[in-house]
Design a protein around this ligand. Structure first.
Ligand code: GAP
Length: 514
């Protein structure tokens, strides 16, 4: 088993054991690619949502929120292109009967070539030591150049096959590359076929006829059809944006890798309406803003990279992904898309209603262009969890599992622990708990030895434990234990609230975004 599989397995079992994520309907053996969030998972998710919402809506005076319905008029999806074009090219392996996304198989082949280049560089860096010049090596080493050229050729072939919708060319590429099924190891592939990703259901319609409606595959369309409602009611001037957090549904044929790819998931999306011709400036603005939003969380700069789309979606004139280094490698975490006027224009034409903005400065009406930022909440959750999960060997030889979750996102902020269950310590601890619980999510725990209680808080990522001991009764001081360094400091009970606000509040992060 590869180590990345090990890491993912550890995350899955830790998430279950400590109440972050459970397999859905587990008593019936679960439902594939569907998960439930447990007590700490909900809080972590809510904190991620709050960080996004504050950074987007609260900081930007030209962003407002919306919570549109999951069900929308079926023509919405005809207009948006999802009925006709929201497909995945799928290929089956005849021996394992496993189904794969053809483009993903090819992307994985490209990733393998990239890793080969990295390996060459690593070896050379060891060989040459201090004098190693990475850029020069990349430009001159024949083996590296060969891999890079191969990557380029594969990308070009894939791009043109996807753009032309040429499924045969896609299959030929898989065959030519000698891609093998990871399960059976065979190259016995079917043809490539297109599958629509939308879930359809029936709604008893007004006239009594059943009509097909869809579970929304993205929240964005709710923002488009409400564009004028929002603009007029909130008196917004272009450029302005509509932010939305909500569930989306996709009939992913290959749904796996824990909560990375699910059929029911949550998105945090923002549609930014701009003057036509200014969209590339805003595309760059949102790229820079969004990567900063990620970076200041401190999950490690080297865990992020941009990946420009090879094949643009039917609505886009520019698109990039922010990829994160998940346990299974770099994968899409967030998309930033310049969606042109495609959606609003289509809704105008299908609905027969004007979706134009009168620009008072230009004294003219136009359909705005849209720049979108779209991040999966569940993927962000997985990014936080995987970067935070650590198994450490302590000086005394024991092991501790700790979730070094960014403090302001931690589900429980404070563990409040009387050293012993007697001598008035629980009473003092409880009074501290009551004084802090309105400001912070606190957990009171008096069961088991103190070391064991610290381990329990480490495992759910609690940034601070407050320990109340006998001396606390005399001097009004308590011990504040830091999750990551395990350092302990004595703090006056009266100073706790202020100090903890400074260390735990989201505002110090948000400040860096202004
Ligand atoms: N409105 C644009 C849009 O939906 P997308 O790139 O298809 O763009 C946005 O989706 C984000 O939603 C992705 O970057 C990813 O984080 C998340 N996402 C997409 N499909 C997902 C799935 N099946 N499971 C979990 N998250 C998903």
């Amino acid at each position: 088993m590869s180590s990345s599989e090990d890491v993912l397995k550890s995350l899955v079992s830790h998430s279950k054991e400590y109440g972050f994520v459970f397999p859905s309907s587990e008593i019936y053996d679960g439902l594939s690619a569907t998960y439930d969030y447990g007590p700490y998972g909900v809080d972590l998710k809510n904190n991620i949502k709050a960080y996004w919402w504050k950074a987007m809506v609260q900081i930007h005076s030209n962003l407002v929120g919306l919570d549109s319905a999951i069900f929308m008029h079926p023509t919405t999806w005809k207009a948006s292109g999802h009925v006709d074009a929201f497909n995945d090219p799928l290929i089956d392996n005849k021996d394992s009967k496993k189904r794969y996304r053809a483009d993903v198989l090819i992307e994985e082949h490209i990733e393998k070539l990239r890793l080969k280049i990295e390996k060459e560089i690593e070896k050379a860096a060891q060989r040459f030591g201090e004098s190693f010049d990475r850029d020069m090596y990349l430009k001159t080493n024949p083996r590296v150049l060969g891999y890079a050229e191969e990557m380029k050729q594969v990308r070009t072939r894939m791009k043109s096959a996807l753009e032309e919708g040429n499924l045969e060319a896609l299959r030929n590429l898989i065959v030519d590359l000698g891609v093998v099924c990871p399960l059976s190891g065979s190259k016995n592939w079917t043809e490539v076929r297109q599958f629509n990703l939308m879930f359809a259901t029936e709604l008893g319609s007004v006239s009594g006829e059943a009509s097909t409606i869809y579970l929304r595959p993205e929240t964005a369309q709710g923002s488009y059809v409400n564009f004028l409602n929002v603009q007029k009611s909130a008196r917004m001037k272009i450029p302005f944006g509509i932010a939305q957090i909500g569930k989306a549904f996709r009939n992913e044929i290959i749904a796996r890798q824990f909560i990375f790819r699910m059929r029911e998931f949550e998105q945090m999306e923002m549609q930014f309406f701009v003057r036509p011709g200014t969209e590339m400036e805003w595309f760059e603005y949102w790229k820079a803003f969004r990567i900063k939003w990620h970076a200041i969380l401190g999950l490690g700069d080297s865990n992020y990279r941009f990946h420009d789309h090879i094949k643009l979606a039917h609505y886009a004139n520019a698109a990039t992904d922010i990829e994160f280094n998940f346990p299974m490698g770099f994968k899409e975490l967030e998309g930033i898309h310049s969606r042109t006027d495609f959606d609003l224009k289509a809704h105008e034409s299908f609905s027969g209603r004007k979706l134009q903005y009168f620009d008072p400065e230009l004294q003219e009406s136009y359909i705005p262009y849209v720049v979108e930022t779209a991040i999966g909440l569940d993927r962000m959750f997985l990014a936080v969890l995987s970067a935070s999960y650590k198994e450490e060997q302590l000086e005394d030889g024991s092991l501790r599992t700790v979730l070094a979750i960014p403090r302001c996102l931690a589900p429980v902020k404070l563990g409040i622990l009387p050293l012993v269950k007697k001598d008035g310590l629980p009473e003092l601890a409880m009074s501290i708990f009551n004084a802090l619980r309105l400001d912070f999510t606190c957990q009171y725990d008096e069961k088991d030895a103190i070391g064991k209680r610290y381990r329990r808080q480490d495992a759910i990522g609690t940034p601070y434990c407050i320990t109340i001991d006998h001396q606390s009764l005399d001097d009004g001081m308590v011990t504040l234990r830091d999750r990551d360094s395990m350092n302990q400091e004595r703090i006056a009970i009266n100073d706790l609230k202020l100090l903890l606000h400074e260390r735990l509040d989201m505002s110090s992060l948000l400040q860096q975004l202004i």
